[in-house]
Design a protein around this ligand. Structure first.
Ligand SMILES: *[C@@H]1O[C@H](CO)[C@@H](O)[C@H](O)[C@H]1NC(C)=O
Ligand SMILES: *[C@@H]1O[C@H](CO)[C@@H](O)[C@H](O)[C@H]1NC(C)=O
Length: 304
């Protein structure tokens, strides 16, 4: 094809084709059967199929450095993965060992499922003044993350994961601090976490939430040096306490979903929503109620 024809062809492709659509999944207490139950419910959710999973760690709960059982669960259910290595504290060597072991064990069946590899999650946020004030715990600075990114690139070189984009997830206000410029230069993608519900220094009622979220997203894009910006966490609680002007309710969660999730899907932005099931948490961000396996009927309609 001549370049002009190629461009016309590319422009005609629906941008949603390539986008990943998934949920965030913690590791605590989950074995392979639990991950499979989650992934199957997410895939079969009425009104909206979610076929990707973002993880925070490579390590199976309760082990030193055994690969997380979300990997065989993803292979069995055809779920793509945004892998994560926990980068705060002193467990990174185990994260890297688990990544290498996963490549060794699952290599060619894992490779095509990997949407990306996030080195860390909100590590820099946790050591900002706001993170410290909120007692968020141990974090890590950008130079540490850069070092870990280079270790991950070495670990995947020449393996079935060599084509995986490597990046970092942090909050929008971290990405917009110019102290992150060198780190951004080392990333293939930026994951952004943004929750207008928690942004209590702004007028954060549900009426402003869509505008606030997309402002957070666009300031991150402006700081991204042209790297793709993926939505790695957002959501609105169905129940729990108010936060500033933000009221947790099913109606408001549905409004937020209709505005933010549906717009992200229409734009073809890779999105990992928070969260499929959040039983017992307060605030509770879950799209489905209690039950194991998670119910496939959501609390509110997810059709866009
Ligand atoms: C920006 O980053 C610098 C260096 O890490 C830090 O000292 C400063 O507090 C950050 N600014 C904000 C608003 O977080
Ligand atoms: C949400 O914000 C986006 C980005 O500014 C905008 O395009 C969209 O129309 C907004 N949605 C609603 C329901 O206002």
């Amino acid at each position: 094809m001549r370049p002009a024809q190629l461009l016309a062809f590319v422009a005609a492709l629906p941008s949603t084709l390539a986008a990943y659509k998934g949920f965030n999944y913690g590791s605590t207490g989950r074995d392979q059967a639990a991950f499979e139950a989650d992934f199957n419910s997410a895939k079969n959710l009425a009104g909206s199929s979610y076929t990707s999973a973002r993880l925070y760690t490579m390590i199976q709960d309760g082990t030193t450095n055994t690969p997380i059982s979300a990997i065989p669960a993803a292979i069995n259910t055809g779920t793509s993965l945004l892998l994560g290595l926990w980068a705060s504290g002193d467990t990174f060597a185990n994260e890297l060992a688990a990544l290498k072991a996963a490549i060794e064990q699952y290599g060619s069946s894992l490779g095509p499922l990997v949407a990306g590899i996030s080195v860390g999650s909100e590590d820099i946020y946790r050591i900002t003044p706001i993170g410290i004030e909120n007692h968020e715990g141990v974090g890590a600075g950008p130079a540490v993350i850069q070092n870990y990114i280079s270790q991950v690139r070495s670990a995947i070189a020449g393996t079935p994961l060599s084509g995986a984009p490597v990046g970092h997830v942090d909050t929008y206000n971290v990405w917009t601090n110019s102290s992150q410029n060198a780190l951004i230069g080392d990333c293939d993608f930026l994951g952004v976490d943004a929750y207008p519900y928690y942004e209590t220094t702004k007028a954060n009622s549900i009426g402003n939430a869509n505008a606030t979220f997309w402002d957070d997203y666009s300031v991150t894009v402006a700081a991204s040096q042209g790297k793709p910006v993926w939505i790695t966490e957002t959501g609105w609680p169905v129940s729990g306490p108010s936060s500033g002007q933000a009221v947790a309710s099913v109606d408001n969660a549905k409004t937020y979903y209709d505005d933010v999730a549906c717009h992200a899907f229409a734009k073809g932005v890779n999105t990992w929503w928070y969260i499929l099931q959040d039983t017992g948490a307060s605030p509770s961000f879950g799209l489905v109620g209690a039950g194991s396996p998670p119910p496939t009927t959501p609390i509110y309609s997810l059709s866009c």
